[in-house]
Design a protein around this ligand. Structure first.
Ligand code: BES
Ligand code: ZN
Length: 461
């Protein structure tokens, strides 16, 4: 445990150096590291190189490590003898920017903007996850500048394909098991509970991604000359999609709810006490009425209930104007968010069987997989949780809450199953950050207090 006098100069340093930290984040945000699009492969590597160079400049032994996909950045720095060893994880890849016309500025020309709610850093990746990742790096930089060492040993792991399903991650963890196994993993890719309420996310939903393609006639046809006798793949596909939910909004895939835990009254009461503002949450995205399972609150629907969503659908003519075409193919991208012990592979099998059984004569269906990871629940009885909760509560106006999250961070589960390592998820994003959307932002306050929070958490660990 560092002396209680060690922390204040580190916090002062973070305050004094905020502009320099922002400049460093801006340089990282200018690199268009979109992992899912092969056109940006060199940019993804450039972001990895930049991070590795930055870590080395701080005295961390870091390098860019090749994988079968985008590279990882791994770095090590020793703390005092006998101090805990933590792994810090963040991802430096970002989501695609489309639709580009909905952005108010170039997504990769970031800027600080003044808004009614305060200053924000605008740009793709500002919140998810470059801004968040840099909160930790800056906290380490300040500790090193003031004390020449960190209070704990740290291994850095920055991933470049989180936003595209982490295909290389498990093989990389397996191949580097020894090097990456630490006492606990710290992950900065989640949010605050509310503006002044920090949070440790203790439950993440799992994710199953599936793409269905229905093929009918062997070429696109004139819809007048062939419509009627010819099968239309869009009609076949949309009928199947429409049948995936019943009138109550429940998913109809056989066995889908196997492993979904019943919410205890205690849990429901605890969450109700958090005072979540459903109207403000929906109002912030132009909505008024929860559309999920009626008997659950919005928080319960997001944190503890599984879903099936359609993320994209294509087929026929979608350009300007009109074309009377009967398409040869139609396809849809479908994702399932999973909770409890729902088994992604069993659900994939059941889903595919259900879809296949509905395909009529003259049509075929094919499937492509886009990841399958189970939900995960963190070990909140690990002593690091109490220490971090207290540290966060010291920084923010309100005490830290343990919360769930609707999103998925598959690595949290893999750290446990592959390396036997627990994870603690602390992040400073806000619900209105527009992650994965046009005009993504990160509040300057999130960045600044995020760095200060990590400086405190490092001391507390
Ligand atoms: N940062 C998000 C996960 C997240 C979102 C956590 C909202 C908490 C609240 C992460 O970068 C992400 O988008 N993950 C993907 C995972 C997928 C591509 C495997 C997701 O949740 O869709
Ligand atoms: Zn994301």
């Amino acid at each position: 445990m560092p002396s209680p006098h060690a922390l204040p100069p580190v916090l002062d340093r973070l305050d004094a150096e905020l502009d320099a930290a922002l400049d460093r984040l801006m340089s990282l945000l200018r690199i268009p590291s979109i992992s899912t699009d092969p056109a940006f492969t060199a940019d993804v590597r450039a972001a990895a190189e930049a991070l590795s160079a930055d870590l080395n400049g701080m005295g961390v032994r870091a390098s860019v490590r090749d994988t079968t996909g985008h590279p990882m950045v791994v770095g090590h720095i020793d703390g005092p003898e006998g101090a805990p060893h933590v792994l810090f994880y963040g991802h430096y890849d970002v989501q695609p920017v489309d639709p580009l016309r909905l952005w108010d500025r170039d997504p990769f020309d970031p800027a600080i903007e003044e808004t009614p709610a305060g200053k924000v850093i605008r740009g793709r990746g500002s919140s998810d996850d470059k801004g968040q990742l840099m909160t930790f790096v800056e906290a380490c930089r300040a500790w090193l500048a003031v004390h020449r060492h960190l209070p704990v040993s740290v291994t850095f792991l920055f991933e470049g394909e989180e936003e595209s399903g982490s295909p290389s991650l498990v093989p990389f963890l397996e191949a580097n098991r020894e090097e990456l196994s630490c006492d606990i993993a710290l992950i900065c890719d989640t949010g605050l509970f509310a503006e002044d309420s920090p949070a440790i996310t203790t439950m993440l939903r799992g994710l199953l991604g599936e793409e269905i393609t229905v093929t009918g006639p062997d070429k696109d046809l004139h819809s007048g000359a062939f419509g009627g006798p010819a099968q239309n793949p869009i009609r076949v596909l949309t009928r199947i999609l429409a049948g995936l939910h019943d009138d109550e909004g429940r998913v109809t895939v056989p066995g889908f709810y196997d492993g979904v835990p019943v919410l205890t009254n205690q849990m429901r009461a605890d969450w109700a006490n958090l005072g979540f503002d459903e109207a403000a949450f929906l109002g912030g995205v132009g909505l008024t009425t929860p559309a999920g399972e009626r008997e659950y609150t919005v928080l319960e629907q997001i944190w503890a209930r599984p879903t099936c969503e359609f993320n994209g659908i294509t087929g026929g003519y979608t350009g300007d104007g009109f074309k009377t075409v009967l398409p040869s193919q139609a396809s849809a991208k479908v994702s399932f968010r999973l909770v409890g012990t729902q088994d992604p592979l069993a659900i994939r099998e059941s889903f595919r069987a259900m879809v296949t059984a509905q395909v009529p004569a003259d049509c075929t269906v094919s499937f492509a997989e886009h990841g399958a990871s189970p939900a995960s629940v963190m070990a909140t009885d690990h002593p690091a949780f109490a220490a971090a909760r207290a540290a966060l509560s010291d920084e923010w106006p309100k005490p830290a809450a343990f919360i769930g999250a609707g999103g998925s961070i598959p690595i949290a589960g893999y750290f446990k199953t592959v390396l036997g390592m627990d994870s603690m998820l602390i992040g400073f994003g806000r619900d209105d950050d527009r992650i994965h959307s046009p005009n993504e932002k990160y509040d300057l306050k999130s960045f600044h207090k995020g760095m200060r929070s990590w400086a405190r958490v490092l001391a507390a660990l």
